[in-house]
Design a protein around this ligand. Structure first.
Ligand code: SF4
Ligand code: SF4
Length: 383
């Protein structure tokens, strides 16, 4: 890692915090590669730090809270959305809030996960440019400094943050790093998909000029934490790169998920974040091809976790036998060259037979191309 650049950023951030402005803006450099001397080693050390944080989550969260809390900064622990809404109602009442400033409520996963839009509608709280208070997504908590890292891609902005009297931040228990030295590496890796090199981030500690409320939400993440094989899924940066390469998602979209979480890592996490019963099928929306792991910036062993997750659900007796039979038959069809050289009509009929009527209610069946496997193979070889 290029320490000189990073140290200068950190010095500026600390100075700004001491001057009581509370927030420091920083931009990543144009060339993502310039951040790393040895990219593999840096990302490996970064992942180790994240893993260490998750392994010691209770201590790190306490450390963060201790450093962050003061007379202007308050932390609210919320086990689920009901806790969040109950506390928010109290804040709204105490501050006589009638409107909230929050650009693009639909773009942030955490607001969709909580169902914030519907809550605000129910409470008759308007979304407006000059809202009484402002909502932000806290992308990362920095435990050693008690500061928040807010990325521009989550609709956070420096000007919004420094021009407000009351700020409410939302994050989840897994969005934490023990060591703030890695803040820029995180910033680079997490925003790479959306053009990380032009993204900005804000380093926020709070100031005496504004009141800050931070919600730290569990929403079932502790279920993953209890499972020692799967807890590393909590270190996912949510960069989305694995989604772009997954052949299952490219072919059938995110229909099997029907949730705000989708994609390779959701195959592991979704049954835990929601319910095993409703989401056990997403474990099987994977060919174990490994493309997701190739692009994952922190080399998460996604396939191993998917297999572990399948095994865990199997041991709990939480596997749909009909679904299993359906997928086995489908796999046999797809892996047989002679069957794939049959006519389009035959292949589509067989596929239709494999799917249970229950599955057909919620999924569209894929349609085979008219050419046989052999013809398509020769075509791709000659192109
Ligand atoms: S291993 Fe599974 S989740 Fe990962 S890219 Fe392949 S099909 Fe998608
Ligand atoms: S699993 Fe890896 S590639 Fe996928 S979103 Fe998480 S960090 Fe990004």
């Amino acid at each position: 890692m290029n320490k000189d650049y990073y140290n200068s950023f950190l010095d500026a951030a600390e100075k700004s915090i001491k001057e009581n402005k509370g927030a420091q803006l920083f931009k990543t450099r144009d060339d993502i590669g310039s951040l790393f001397v040895d990219r593999d080693e840096t990302t490996w050390r970064f992942r180790t730090m994240l893993q260490h944080t998750i392994e010691n989550l209770d201590e790190e969260l306490n450390r963060f809270e201790k450093h962050f809390t003061n007379k202007n900064n308050a932390v609210y622990w919320a086990s689920d959305y009901q806790d969040v809404f109950a506390s928010l109602k109290k804040i709204f009442k105490a501050q006589k809030v009638r409107s909230v400033r929050l650009p693009n409520i639909n773009a942030s996963t955490i607001f969709r996960e909580l169902g914030m839009k519907f809550f605000l509608q129910e409470e008759k709280i308007a979304l407006s440019e000059d809202g009484d208070i402002q909502f932000f997504v806290a992308d990362m908590m920095l435990a050693d400094l008690g500061a928040l890292l807010l990325l521009n891609q989550s609709n956070n902005s420096y000007s919004r943050l420094t021009n407000s009297k009351t700020n409410v931040f939302f994050t989840t228990i897994d969005r934490i790093m023990s060591n703030s030295d890695w803040a820029e590496v995180y910033h680079q890796l997490a925003t790479y998909r959306s053009g990380g090199n032009t993204q900005e981030a804000v380093f926020f500690k709070g100031s005496s000029q504004c009141n800050n409320y931070l919600f730290i939400i569990d929403n079932q993440r502790t279920q993953l934490l209890y499972n020692k094989d799967l807890r590393q899924s909590l270190t996912c940066l949510q960069c989305g790169r694995c989604q772009d390469v997954c052949p299952v998602l490219q072919t059938i979209g995110d229909e099997p998920y029907n949730n705000v979480f989708s994609g390779p890592i959701a195959n592991v996490t979704l049954p835990y974040l929601e319910s095993h019963e409703s989401y056990k099928h997403v474990n099987y929306a994977c060919l174990l091809c490994g493309r997701c792991e190739e692009v994952c910036p922190i080399s998460l062993p996604i396939r191993d976790m998917i297999i572990d997750s399948r095994r865990a659900l199997l041991l709990e007796g939480n596997v749909d036998k009909r679904e299993q039979r359906m997928l086995t038959a489908e796999r046999k069809q797809l892996m047989s060259r002679s069957k794939m050289n049959a006519s389009k009509m035959m292949k589509n009929i067989k596929l239709g037979c494999f799917f249970t009527s229950e599955a057909k209610k919620t999924r569209k069946l894929p349609v085979f191309k008219s050419e046989t496997f052999n013809k398509l193979y020769l075509k791709s070889k000659n192109s």
